[in-house]
Design a protein around this ligand. Structure first.
Ligand code: RB5
Length: 147
């Protein structure tokens, strides 16, 4: 399977139902989903799910990920602790497109309490299909990590 078809997926309890929906849809579309949890709607702490997922992205073992919590904020904060992660919290298709074109985002964060399943799948489709523009954006992205 090509690297672009392998996706890391993770959520806390607030994102669980939407994560399960997304997982099933993407499997039907031929994606290989690495599910980091959670595995039930029972309450969990989002850092416990997102640290292992973000480490896989940071170390280049998986190229793209999708993470969810109630707002998308907590999971974004955790994922962006890693220098090789650019997690973008997107609440619409246009921001998903620009997060790829301008920021080369490698993780999409979603706020499960604020979007419908249809909106989520549209945002995901655009996130996964859009290429990084490079050029002037490459030099900006290169300046993001702190040593
Ligand atoms: C859980 O209630 C909620 O706080 C969490 O999913 C997330 O939104 C935190 O940022």
């Amino acid at each position: 399977m090509s690297e672009s078809k392998i996706l890391a997926l993770g959520s806390d309890h607030a994102g669980y139902d939407l994560k399960q929906f997304i997982k099933n849809e993407l499997i039907v579309q031929g994606f290989d989903i690495k599910d980091f949890g959670c595995y039930s709607p029972d309450s969990v702490d989002y850092p416990d799910i997102i640290h292992p997922l973000a480490q896989e992205i940071n170390e280049g073992r998986i190229k793209r990920g999708i993470i969810l919590c109630g707002t998308g904020i907590g999971v974004s904060i955790v994922a962006n602790k890693y220098p090789g992660v650019r997690a973008a919290l997107c609440c619409d298709v246009e921001r998903a497109r620009l997060s790829r074109r301008h920021n080369d985002a490698n993780i999409l964060a979603l706020g499960a309490r604020f979007i419908s399943t249809d909106e989520a799948m549209q945002i995901i489709r655009v996130f996964l299909e859009t290429e990084f523009e490079g050029g002037r954006h490459q030099q900006r992205v290169a300046k993001i990590p702190i040593s």
